[in-house]
Unconditional design. Sequence first.
Length: 144
Amino acid sequence: MKQSIQRDIEYACQTLSIAYARAIDFGDYDAFIDLFTEDAELDAGHLLTGRAEIRAAIAQRPDELKSRHVITNIFIDVLSTTQARGISYLTLYRHVGPESLAGAPIDLQGVAAVGHYEDRFEHTAQGWRIKRRKLHLAFRRAAD
C-alpha cells in the first residue's frame, strides 16, 4: 500500500475518534450516530449493536450531564484499504446536576475516569466509519 494512502486512512480514523468526543460532549447526536457503520458495536460498559440501538441509548443521556472526553495517544493500524484498527486514550471529565445547564464553569471534582478505546474502522460507501468501539477503563473515580 502506498504511504500516502496509509496516511489518509490513519487521518480519517483519527478524525473519527476526535469527532466522537466532540459530538457526544456537545450533544450533536445526529453527527454522533453518523460516525458508525449501520451494524456497529459500541461497548462503553454495556454492548449496543447497530445504529438504532446506539441512537436509542444516546437519546437517554440526561440534559444535566456535562462531559468532556479528552482523546489522546491515538494509534491507527491500517490493515487494508477497507479495514483499520486502533486505540485512543480517554481522560473523562463529567458532572451531573443543574449546574450543567448554566453557562458558567463548574467546580471541578477531578477526573471521572481514564482508559482507552479499542476500535475497528471500516471504509463504507459514506467513507470511513467506526465498526466497533470498546472502552477499557484503567482508573475511575469512586461514586460520590
